[in-house]
Structures are given as C-alpha cells and as structure tokens.
Ligand binder design. Structure first.
Ligand code: 4NP
Length: 155
C-alpha cells in the first residue's frame, strides 16, 4: 500500500479546490497526518494564477494564507502520482473518469462521498455567488477534509 497522497480537483483551481486543499492541509497538520497534498483544475484557463480574491479572503478569515497557491491543470501523470484524486462536483468527477489513463492507479471520488450523510453530494460552485456562497463552500470543504483525513489516517 503506497503512502496516501491527495489531489483536489475543481474546474478552475482558483475557488473550490484551493479551499479544499487549505482545509485538508490544516486538518492533516492537526491530526499529525504526513501526506502529499495538492490541487488542480480540469480546465487550464487560470493556470499560473493565485486563487480568486474571494477564496483568499475566505481562507484568511480562518487564519490560513493561500495567496501563494498557483493554479494548474490536472495532468495524466497525476493519476499515477496521487493515490486519491478528489473531485469537488459531478462534472469534475466525470471529467476525471474520462481522463483516467489505463495505467492510472488513483482512486477517484467526490469530496463529500467521504462524509457519510452527504455521500453523492457536490460542493457548490461559488464562482457566480458572493462571500456568503464562499462561506458555504468553506463549510463543505471543511466537512469533507475532516472526514477524508480521518479515513486516510486509518490506512
Ligand atoms: P473553481 O471555480 O472551479 O471552484 O475554481 C471556477 C473558476 C473559474 C471559472 C468557473 C469556476 N470560470 O468560468 O472561469
């Protein structure tokens, strides 16, 4: 069993997946889980850019600085490099399933699949919303991050 490693994936890698990465880094640190963590987007339009300013502000409210994160597009190599690739919504998961190469070894799932009472739910996309929508996203990714970290700590 390889050491677990986790990649969070949304569309642009500037709103939801950086927040999931931040929440998971925080939770992994809190429980002493030493693990490789990253995030990426299925689209490359924002590659090289920092997270959306609203995502940066949301993380900052919780004492986390994500301003140095940079967006990147998911690669075929990610399916061998990471043991777990976590889609934030249904479209992200469907895109990941389509991109998964034959020799890929990553386990694909939705983030909220790891929260028993929320399995099969998507993390809502705050892109067209306001700061309160980013708060909802933060609550969702925090619930997912806690559950996923607890699960991986048992491997
Ligand atoms: P994310 O949000 O996938 O959570 O990073 C979005 C970012 C950019 C766009 C849509 C969603 N966009 O249309 O450019």
């Amino acid at each position: 069993m390889p050491k677990p490693s986790v990649l969070f994936v949304c569309l642009g890698n500037i709103c939801r997946s950086p927040l999931a990465e931040a929440a998971f880094r925080e939770e992994a640190k809190r429980i002493g889980l030493d693990i490789e963590i990253d995030s990426a987007g299925t689209g490359g339009w924002h590659a090289g850019e920092p997270p959306d300013h609203r995502a940066i502000a949301t993380a900052r409210k919780h004492g986390i600085d994500i301003s140095s994160y940079r967006a990147r597009k998911v690669t075929v190599g990610d399916f061998r490099r990471f043991t777990h690739i976590i889609g934030l919504d249904f479209e992200n998961l469907a895109d990941l399933q389509r991109l998964h190469p034959h020799d890929g070894t990553a386990d694909l799932s939705l983030l909220l699949d790891h929260v028993p009472e929320r399995a099969g739910e998507a993390v809502s996309d705050p892109w067209y919303g306001d700061m309160s929508d980013f708060d909802v996203t933060w609550n969702d990714v925090t619930a997912g991050a806690k559950a996923l970290a607890a699960e991986l700590a048992l491997l």
